[in-house]
Design a protein around this ligand. Structure first.
Ligand code: ADP
Ligand code: MG
Length: 276
């Protein structure tokens, strides 16, 4: 691992409160069904990763398919138990279990790659957005509806979207609904796992711009995961590069693009740039 600047990335933070999410030397071992005596039946999907995320920061996570990005995302959202290491939220350990995960859901929310599977096809947009508020017992019917209207506005959808079903929306509009739902509980951090990868090229930039605007308007923290370096560059303040479960590079976006230390990172940078 080459991260000569990890210390300087953290050095000016001694007086700050603890990060919203902090992973210390986290390892996740998945068991494979295909195991035999000739092949190992486990894989270290995440292998000794330490990283932290705060409000207002965008952390990009980049790496090829299978490098452990989604497993890392699941760890950050409390869905994936770790085999070794520590996961801290605001400096406190995470108990796990239903209640703790529900509480965590107010602080850390998630947007997945494919908005058509992430949304319940039988629920109109209004119900999709009211649901998290109701589950957490927030507000009255009237105040929930006005919050839903506000969420639609935030993600750039018209109020007429309220009664629409997911199938009546385009892919980009569906992802906006998924983002609105992720925002419903006013989280500190959103984990977005390849949120533009399933979208038409023409709408990817719009969804990226929306996330950037929301970060600025709401002071959100964002973990933006992608296999595509140019997408991650566009949105991130700092970047970790994953390769076979390990972080091979961790630095500010500017410094990585000015001169990556790690060989694998340089190979990623040299690969043909994609169209967002
Ligand atoms: P990425 O999101 O970067 O494509 P993943 O975190 O999905 O990477 O996967 C990392 C590795 O862990 C891959 O080899 C994948 O096959 C394996 N893996 C992921 N999830 C599971 C699981 N639930 N059970 C077994 N293996 C898994
Ligand atoms: Mg993935």
């Amino acid at each position: 691992m080459s991260s000569p600047d990890s210390a300087s990335l953290n050095s000016d933070r001694r007086d700050q409160p603890p990060p919203t999410i902090e992973l210390r030397d986290v390892r996740v071992v998945h068991r494979l069904r295909s195991g035999s005596i000739f092949r190992p039946d486990t894989i270290s999907a995440v292998d000794g990763v330490s990283v932290s995320v705060r409000r207002g920061e965008v952390l990009g996570v980049v790496g090829e398919s299978g490098s452990g990005k989604s497993t890392l995302a699941r760890v950050m959202t409390g869905l994936q138990p770790v085999t070794e290491g520590l996961v801290l939220y605001d400096g406190e350990g995470f108990a796990g279990g239903r209640t703790a995960r529900r509480e965590l859901g107010r602080k850390v929310s998630v947007v997945f790659q494919d908005p058509s599977t992430a949304l319940n096809p039988r629920l109109p947009v209004r119900e999709t957005l009211v649901d998290p508020l109701r589950v957490h017992g927030i507000g009255s019917d009237a105040s929930r509806l006005s919050r839903v209207r506000e969420l639609l506005h935030l993600v750039g959808l018209p109020q007429s979207a309220l009664e629409v079903m997911p199938r009546q929306l385009s892919g980009g509009q569906r992802q906006r609904v998924a983002i609105a739902r992720a925002l419903a509980l006013e989280p500190e951090i959103i984990i977005a796992d390849e949120p533009t990868s399933a979208l038409d090229v023409s709408v990817r930039a719009q969804v990226l711009n929306l996330l950037t605007d929301l970060k600025q308007e709401l002071g959100l923290g964002l973990v933006f995961i992608s296999h595509d370096m140019s997408t991650v560059r566009f949105i991130s303040d700092s970047i970790i590069v994953m390769h076979r479960g390990k972080v091979v590079e961790h630095d500010t976006t500017d410094r990585i693009f000015a001169g990556a230390q790690d060989e694998y990172t340089r190979a990623l940078l040299a690969a043909a740039p994609s169209l967002l």
